[in-house]
Design a protein around this ligand. Structure first.
Ligand code: ADP
Length: 267
């Protein structure tokens, strides 16, 4: 805390009291520190593909100029690195848009079943490529409506289901369930829960509380190899906060992971 001591002076210049103010500068300093960490992280993440791109350009102009096989291989790597930068910039934009909208309550009526079906269709190629089957189970009668932002909720489930496919078991199963909890204490009312469960290797317990931090990855190499930006769960968390919802992450090593999104059932 920073403590300020001041005098209170009346209109006719008489002193009639003192004022002691306490300012919480720690949270201010922490916010500044977080901002500069974020800029350092973004610079690092952009520099990695940029270094690869400039390196390969130099090689193609020099030693590999007349080597057709090497040229094709390098151009392939350059295309991958370019795509990685594109994804990173797209995710950074998503994150900043979600942050800008944080105070505006999303109020459209959104059918979660329709959202989940369209997300599953959009990810069918990704799932097929890893031999993963994605099932959606619910005992609720569609439509299952919540107050929300359609595009943002689609983004939440895209990120969670895509992660379950990517980090889950090859040829494994991803089970999405939608159910209603009549009493969810944090909401002082009912909740609609969507859980996304995979049967992959799971996540060691000590990582769980940090997963939604920007650029936090459990296995750096694997995330990059799979084209991850490290921002997916940070975006998920921000969108759920905007919906005044909750995200729960449970995982046992060797038993797969379960990401549950709880939304207010107040329509
Ligand atoms: P990324 O772009 O790296 O996938 P995310 O923010 O989406 O970034 O996820 C952060 C990290 O959490 C991932 O790098 C991965 O290590 C871990 N992770 C996310 N989902 C799962 C999952 N279903 N199973 C195992 N690990 C996961």
């Amino acid at each position: 805390y920073e403590v300020h001591l001041g005098r209170i002076i009346t209109d006719d210049a008489r002193e009639n009291g003192v004022l002691l103010s306490f300012m919480d500068v720690k949270s201010h300093e922490e916010a500044g520190q977080m901002r500069s960490d974020f800029v350092a992280n973004v610079s690092h993440e952009l520099r990695t593909p940029l270094t690869a791109l400039t390196g390969f350009i130099e090689t193609l102009r020099g030693p590999a100029r007349d080597d057709e096989e090497a040229r094709d291989r390098f151009l392939g790597i350059m295309a991958t690195e370019g795509k990685r930068m594109n994804r990173l910039v797209a995710d950074l934009l998503s994150l900043s848009r979600v942050e800008d909208m944080a105070r505006i309550r999303p109020a459209n009526s959104v059918d979660l079943c329709a959202v989940l079906n369209s997300v599953r269709n959009a990810l069918s190629q990704t799932a097929d490529a890893r031999g993963v089957s994605v099932s959606i189970e619910t005992e609720l009668e569609p439509p299952v409506l919540v107050a929300g932002d359609l595009d943002q909720l689609a983004q939440v489930f895209t990120n969670l289901i895509e992660n379950a496919i990517k980090y889950g078991r090859k040829d494994g199963k991803v089970a999405v369930s939608v159910f209603r909890m009549p009493v969810f204490p944090a909401f002082k009312g009912a909740a609609i829960c969507v859980s996304v469960q995979d049967d992959g290797p799971g996540i060691p317990g000590h990582h769980l509380s940090r997963l939604t931090e920007r650029f936090y990855r459990v296995d750096n190499h694997r995330s990059r190899e799979l084209g991850g930006t490290g921002l997916g769960l940070a975006i998920v968390k921000h969108i759920i906060n905007r919906h005044r919802g909750r995200l729960r992450i449970e995982s046992d090593e060797g038993q797969g992971s379960k990401f549950s999104v709880l939304l207010r059932d107040d329509l």
